[in-house]
Design a protein around this ligand. Sequence first.
Ligand code: AMP
Ligand code: FES
Ligand code: ZN
Ligand code: ZN
Length: 312
Amino acid sequence: MRCRKCGESAALELRRHNAAFCVPHFTEFFRKQVREAIHHYRMFTPDETVMVAVSGGKDSLALWDVLIEEGYPTVGLYLDLGIFDYSRESREKCEAFAAARRQRLLIERVDAAIGAPIPEVQKATRRPTCSACGLSKRYLMNRAALTHGFVVVATGHNLDDEAATLFGSVMHWQTDALSRQSPALASTHPKLVRRVKPLYRLSELETAAFAFLRGIDYIVEECPFAAGATSLAHKEALNRLEAASPGVKHNFLFGFLEKARPAFERGQDVQLTECASCGQVTTGEICAFCKLADQVKRRSTPLTRSSGDPSQ
Ligand code: AMP
Ligand code: FES
Ligand code: ZN
Ligand code: ZN
């Protein structure tokens, strides 16, 4: 195998691109894909500070690495979910990454915001853990960006993540989710910051290779609650299809973004207002995060509940 660019011995074969690259040309290919994503969706400009939501995993740290190298002003945001050793180790990875590159890292504790760490939140609600966790992450990313005055949040979602989400939404024909699935979501309210996914053109394998080649120390373990998640089953199904016909995952996602998404966008103009409790953006009176926090509070104070609210 020879590098497509220079003809030297290739280190990596990318079957869906029908190409192979040496190490320097692979890292260049990777950065070019990120540049194209930023440019195509006008994700941010060089004078906007990007808040990069980092989990300590390969994708978000690879993204932060590229943005720093490309010269964008950045700040990291780590949300401490309170998931035992997993959270402690992933936080340490983010702190070490930020310190080595002299970048600012903001840390928010989920238990301080919602009243309990994620494993307790799960016990207090009937929601699957990942759903309460995802909701909390989106809420806290937005709130942190607003508090610190940043206009854009970038996450490390890659092609596999996006294709699996799309697959799940199609399986249930969740048209509202389909209308929102995009590598860039504009700010449609003064209290809603722009959300972007600059790695959507790169596969999980490619981000893992990039992180390895750049010497990024990331947490390899998955979140202990991820096992059995339907998103993993969707990823496996897509991987089997991809192995049989390379490029199918890419066509699925890119075909949707180019040809189908506009049809779902129409008629999805939801009215956004401010939550009566916390002031963040919601479609109802009280936002989903405040409802979740309230459930957690009720569960953890049974005495107050029984004496204070006769209807319970
Ligand atoms: P996940 O939902 O775990 O697949 O993560 C998707 C993206 O969300 C990651 O690439 C990060 O950008 C962001 N993210 C996930 N977990 C955290 C966290 N604990 N703190 C900050 N950002 C996170
Ligand atoms: Fe949220 Fe696993 S990271 S439940
Ligand atoms: Zn080369
Ligand atoms: Zn609220």
